[in-house]
Design a protein around this ligand. Structure first.
Ligand code: BTN
Length: 273
């Protein structure tokens, strides 16, 4: 089991995770943290759980993760920025997570893995999902009062321990490297990197986020099936614009920006992945 006392002692952050809630079982760390945020919890509050009975994914899907194997956490941010920034903050968190995975593997002398981003927030290795991020916000007068970033990272779960619905489409770091991942170490590194980089990105008003994000995305030029608010559409992925929205070309050659939606990539998907 994840040892939260060890995390508290090892963690070298000023704010992030200083207010840390650890559960064995919870409905959803995001749902719980949104409640705490409404009650005035401070920025940097983190909720962790070993298991979720109603883990939420994007597009009202479920997030499955077997007990005590992976990391399920939510981070509370209070960026005091307009809603327009929410997407970029979310993309920034994917960058921080991917960089943390690279750094963790390097620190432990483990082989590197090639992490690729799928818009908006999936971390994939060999087209299999290593991590998903769900951002949920509380707004007031078009400003972000609270942004809860929910992160699920597959660390030590092996295929036979995984929900059959996602067995083939998910992957864990242990499967990729053959090594047990030290979850306390990984979590501390992630929170420490998050605190540093969040400050860096915020200070520069997220100017570098799009460029850094694009470096890990190889979907540009690909023909895909897109889920848009107006239904499914064949499209070619062209770019990510300055707001972090997906720019795609429709079959008539016209360019559009997609604010919320999903790249289905040819297969229909109803299971959280
Ligand atoms: C997705 O890929 O659809 C996003 C998945 C996000 C899952 C995490 S697990 C911790 C946090 N609590 C939740 O209920 N969801 C997020």
């Amino acid at each position: 089991m994840l040892n939260c006392d060890v995390v508290r002692t090892r963690l070298k952050t000023m704010i992030l995770g200083r207010n840390l809630y650890c559960f064995q079982v919870i409905d959803s760390t995001n749902a719980h943290l949104l409640g705490l945020a409404r009650d005035g919890a401070p920025e940097g509050t983190v909720v962790l759980s070993e298991f979720q009975t109603a883990g939420r994914g994007r597009k009202e899907r479920r997030w499955f993760s077997s007990k005590g194997k992976n990391l399920l956490l939510s981070i509370l941010l209070r960026p005091e920025l307009e809603i327009e920034y929410a997407q970029k903050i979310t993309l920034a968190s994917a960058i921080i997570l991917a960089n943390t995975i690279d750094q963790y593997l390097k620190n432990k002398n483990l082989p590197p893995v090639d992490i690729r981003f799928k818009w908006p927030n999936d971390l994939l290795v060999n087209n299999r999902k290593l991590s998903g991020i769900l951002a949920e916000s509380i707004l007031q007068d078009k400003k972000i009062v609270a942004l809860v970033l929910g992160v699920g990272i597959n660390l030590n779960e092996m295929p036979e321990e995984r929900d059959p619905a996602i067995r083939e489409r998910a992957v864990s770091l242990k499967e990729l490297t053959g090594a047990d991942i030290d979850r306390e170490d990984f979590l501390c590194l992630f929170l420490e990197n998050f605190e540093k980089d969040y400050e860096r990105f915020e200070r520069t008003l997220y100017r570098q986020v799009i460029d850094e994000w694009k470096q890990r995305c190889n979907q540009f030029g690909q023909k895909v099936l897109l889920e848009t608010p107006f239904g499914e559409q064949e499209a070619i992925v062209r770019d990510i614009n300055d707001s972090g929205f997906l720019v795609y070309e429709d079959m008539a050659g016209k360019l559009h920006a997609l604010v919320t939606g999903e790249i289905i990539s040819g297969h229909k998907d109803a299971s959280g992945f």
